[in-house]
Design a protein around this ligand. Structure first.
Ligand SMILES: C[S@@+](CC[C@H](N)C(=O)[O-])C[C@H]1O[C@@H](n2cnc3c(N)ncnc32)[C@H](O)[C@@H]1O
Length: 271
């Protein structure tokens, strides 16, 4: 299976998911249009004030997080592989009268897509790394996109979360933790709406260990300023086995299983 074919297969899936997500309660576009911020406490607390800063959002999907940063005063650019997601992001941006810029590009071509522009902040979050075959190349994109002294921030599902599966009785280790090979996944619904059937069921994904993620960023010349692990998830990863707290995060119902479900990294480019 060549890489081009796998990325194209994923693109078809994401284009289809975009129209499902637009109508989903999970994404709640109406609430966003009414002024709600879609950013979560993890990134808001760690990134802080973005007023007047330039921010590149990699894998922005249809841009509600990107535009939430714009509403908080950043000058934002969102990049995504899915042309349907970028078209929806642009249309929401126009409707909201915001000045976010959205570009359709593979993450690996981001520096060319932005014409070599450098940013104060590079941001990416929640469900991004599993779509990327080459983390070293990704980390170089991050580093190349930052100004000297710039900040990179990622909040993402923990690689431990990805290897576990709930089989209605127990949470079991179902996938290898260390696995550089692409994984062919089949799923006929989206995490955002499990009632709508998806036609493009197959995707290709990659499992990246925490060591490889951190190692790729260090290898690209970034300095890790913080690495945090959290016992909650951004969505109901294991349906039937999780409950959502008042803070919006999803936690395991059983206290017996005590594993990280989310991590964040803040890293700096040298001045
Ligand atoms: C789970 S979503 C991002 C999550 C985002 N925080 C959200 O919930 O809106 C993953 C995104 O990655 C994008 N993507 C997948 N592979 C990509 C690639 N190679 N280059 C750029 N974007 C890609 C998809 O199109 C999708 O919009």
């Amino acid at each position: 299976m060549n890489r081009e074919h796998m990325i194209h297969t994923n693109l078809l899936r994401w284009n289809e998911m975009t129209s499902i997500h637009e109508k989903s309660a999970f994404y709640d576009v109406a609430k966003f249009k009414a002024g709600a911020c879609t950013l979560k406490s993890v990134e808001l607390d760690e990134i802080g004030d973005v007023t007047g800063k330039s921010l590149l959002h990699l894998q922005c999907h249809f841009g509600m997080d990107t535009m939430s940063w714009a509403r908080r005063g950043a000058r934002v650019t969102g990049i995504d592989l899915s042309d349907k997601a970028i078209a929806l992001a642009r249309s929401l941006n126009d409707e909201m009268g915001l000045d976010a810029r959205f570009l359709c590009s593979d993450v690996y071509d981001a520096p060319a897509a932005v014409g070599g522009e450098k940013f104060d902040i590079v941001f990416t979050s929640y469900g991004v790394l599993c779509w990327l075959p080459d983390l070293d190349a990704w980390a170089r994109v991050v580093s190349d996109s930052l100004k000297p002294g710039g900040t990179f921030f990622i909040a993402e599902g923990h690689p431990v979360e990805n290897i576990l599966e709930w089989d209605n009785e127990a949470l079991k280790v179902a996938y290898p933790y260390f696995d550089p090979a692409p994984i062919e996944c089949a799923s006929d619904t989206s995490y955002a709406d499990r009632t709508v059937k998806v036609a493009h069921t197959v995707t290709y994904q990659w499992q990246h260990s925490l060591g490889r993620i951190v190692g790729a960023l260090i290898g690209a010349g970034l300095t890790i300023e913080s690495l945090k692990e959290y016992p909650f998830s951004a969505y109901e990863k294991y349906p039937g086995y999780m409950e959502q707290g008042e803070d919006g995060w999803w936690r395991l119902k059983s206290q017996e299983v005590n594993v990280p479900l989310l991590f964040s990294i803040k890293a700096a480019k040298a001045k």
